[in-house]
Design a protein around this ligand. Structure first.
Ligand code: FE2
Length: 302
């Protein structure tokens, strides 16, 4: 049986790596990373520690930025089991962002019909054994890999792997739990090993997860919206509102552009009205990075 790789109609039909030059431009050296860690705004950090059980189910602890200087924080990540996400690279590291946008232009031009209307980026520094759980992004993604090696698993975007109801919940920020995952999905994965200098992209909305291959890893994860993804996200939001009021909306992958556009327009009004309150949990910080302790996760200091 062949799986459609995605329920999305965009031009990217499977995961594929493209070359990029961010490594040669010097953005992933210890010196450059320690310097950017020193000056990056503390409120733009997410520091996560993931654990998995035998069924592949994840639990998450979140850390505070803490008080390590850039060099020490880099060392804690390199020794530990941390996943550090620095949001808004477009403001936090404009030089890297400008270089990455130039590279994005080349990737985009490989897909006739693909036109991003908004891009944003996260710089991800992660420990040699870090793993990111199964999830999807409500956006297109280009993962510019710059250091270390990682294995990316990309799954079909069909109802079995990416239930429309869960998409609605994530888009409407009604859950932090991303998508249901079972080990049996592994036989459906497209598996790609990424080396520095490769940028991986995959079909918009395709579920994925990442395992580092025993090396400290640096990647810039760039997400982007196109008009079709914007319409689709808006339609998913509107459907989440309708469903919360007892309706049973049609699946968005059965809708043509005019209906998606109408539901996107409705979503703008619904958001203005505050139709759904975000139910994202507020995670209590449980640790802060520390050098020379288990997992790189030390006790919180007041
Ligand atoms: Fe992702």
């Amino acid at each position: 049986m062949t799986h459609a790789r995605t329920r999305y109609s965009g031009p990217i039909t499977e995961a594929r790596a493209h070359p990029h030059s961010l490594v040669e431009q010097g953005f992933a050296t210890d010196e450059a990373l320690a310097a950017v860690l020193d000056r990056y705004p503390a409120d733009l950090f997410d520091i996560n520690l993931y654990d998995y059980d035998d069924e592949g189910q994840v639990s998450l602890r979140t850390g505070a930025r803490g008080r390590l200087n850039g060099g020490e924080l880099l060392e804690a990540i390199q020794q530990g089991r941390l996943w550090v996400n620095m949001r808004e690279v477009e403001t936090g590291w404009p030089e890297l962002w400008a270089a990455a946008m130039a590279e994005f232009g080349k990737v985009q031009s490989a897909y006739p019909g693909l036109r991003a209307v908004r891009n944003a980026g996260q710089l991800i520094l992660s420990s040699p054994k870090a793993r990111v759980p199964y999830h999807f992004d409500a956006a297109g993604v280009v993962l510019f890999h710059m250091r270390g090696r990682k294995r990316v698993f990309v799954y079909p975007g069909d109802e079995a792997h990416l239930p429309e109801r869960n998409m609605e919940q994530v888009v409407a920020r009604q859950t932090t739990e991303e998508l249901p995952y079972v080990l049996a999905f592994e036989q459906d994965a497209q598996v790609m090993d990424l080396e520095p200098g490769q940028a991986l992209t995959w079909p918009v909305y395709a579920p994925h997860r990442v395992e580092n291959l025993d090396r400290f890893c640096v990647s810039l994860s760039m997400d982007f919206q196109t008009w079709p993804s914007r319409f689709r996200n808006g339609a998913l939001y509107t459907n989440a509102v309708l469903r919360s009021r007892g309706a049973r909306p049609r699946m968005t992958d059965r809708m043509a552009t005019p209906e998606l556009a109408a539901r996107w327009a409705a979503s703008l009004a619904l958001k203005r009205m505050g139709a759904l309150k975000s139910r994202l949990e507020h995670f209590e910080r449980e640790f802060e990075p520390e050098v020379g302790v288990a997992d790189g996760a030390g006790a919180l200091r007041a």
